[in-house]
Design a protein around this ligand. Sequence first.
Ligand SMILES: [Ca+2]
Ligand SMILES: [Ca+2]
Length: 481
Amino acid sequence: MKRRILSALLAVIMLLTLVFAVACKDDELPDDSDTNEVTPGPGGSNDTETEEPETTDAETDASGLPSEYFSDYVSDPDAKFVGMTALGATGTAVVYDNYKVLSGQNKEMYANDFEGEDPIALFEKMTAVGGDWNGADGDWVVADQEVAEGEDPNKVLTFTGSAKGAMLAFGNNKWGPYRLNVKVGVNDSDSSAQIYFCVTDEKNYYYLNIDAADGGSLCVYQVSAGNEKIASQRLDYAITYGTLCPVSINIGRNEVAVYFDGEEFFRLRTSNEDLAVPLGKIGFSQWKTQVYIDDVVITDIATGNVIYQNDFEDPNALSVATYGIRNGGVWSNPDNSNGDWVITKEQTQDGTEVDNNVLYFGGSLNDYGATVLFDPEIPEDCDGYKITYRAMRLTGADSSEGYPVVYGWDSEADYYCFNLGGWGGCAAFQTIIGGSKINSPATPEQIGMQNYVWQIVEVYVYPDVCYGFYEGRFLQALWID
Ligand SMILES: [Ca+2]
Ligand SMILES: [Ca+2]
């Protein structure tokens, strides 16, 4: 009897050990799996054609690195984006961790979490164009990250020098396609981080600049033969201090996709020639709510010129508008003959009239999809325009589509929409092509619509991408192919 109890006890202990081992294994999974998920294989479908040879006993070179990715690396003759990687910092509040390079077939080429002995020994010192860094020892240090009590200790890479242009480079200038994953933190407004890619030498490279100054911004630059130019749009983006954001730079043969904090912000292509900014009408609508719209302004981004504006102070402004129905919608009154939507005086929640005219969407709340359209006559040579308006929801639950804006409207079957308020109070871009609708994934969190509060929407429309902002906060990008 005693023996049976003992063996049962032993079995329980063994089971617990097994469960514990499995649980520990899960904990060891790389923390940046989210950046892997959002990133398909670099370079698109073309890259899957070349099969990488399977190696069982990987050969290593003198540095202990797998030779197939380093000393014996075979260049891809079709790769248009090639070169090594580098980490850079200006100011002393930049932190890096979980640096990882994956091959075009998503195999790990190199990973460094800065926990090992002398973890930056294999990095090469370089100085960016315009910088004055002389490669001083001790400017880059591995330090303990400040963590809350009870959290596991973690080592991170930080820059402590005052010089500019300090680059810690790694890799092989023949690399490509590949993917660079790294986590970055910028913790004060005097600092900025530079994540370099396709570095062939100190005068030829690209970099993502993460700048905390002036409210924060993201931008990609290209340096070619020592000359720097902007390679993407420059986007305002508030940097959250004290957090490490995953960055993933997915370098394909003909295209580079740049992800920051899980969102694809930039796409560099060898050619954008076939793309033009979407022209057509712009318009507004709602669904199951009552809404005021005001102060619509469309500007040419490059020149700052106002292409169109409407503050609805002219009561005849609606007479020049036309009407449409959004995809899947039903509107029993498509000529607005019973005045579903009117220009009227704004009223406060207690019914007090305000000396301001607004476009009021307050009619048949059971109809939806009805859209008031304006023709801003966007010049054909426009390289990008910005739609700004303010909106206020008067009624409606968090599931109502409060402030959808349509643009590039050619017909009811062909247009773009930035739809705010649906999906339980979230937002998403929608593309309608030939009458079929494609929804982007809705934002993971509610955007914070409130009744009787004016809120600002901004949509940047470029030939290849649209960016949606709400209350000055970036929400989503839509890529146009
Ligand atoms: Ca670490
Ligand atoms: Ca007004």
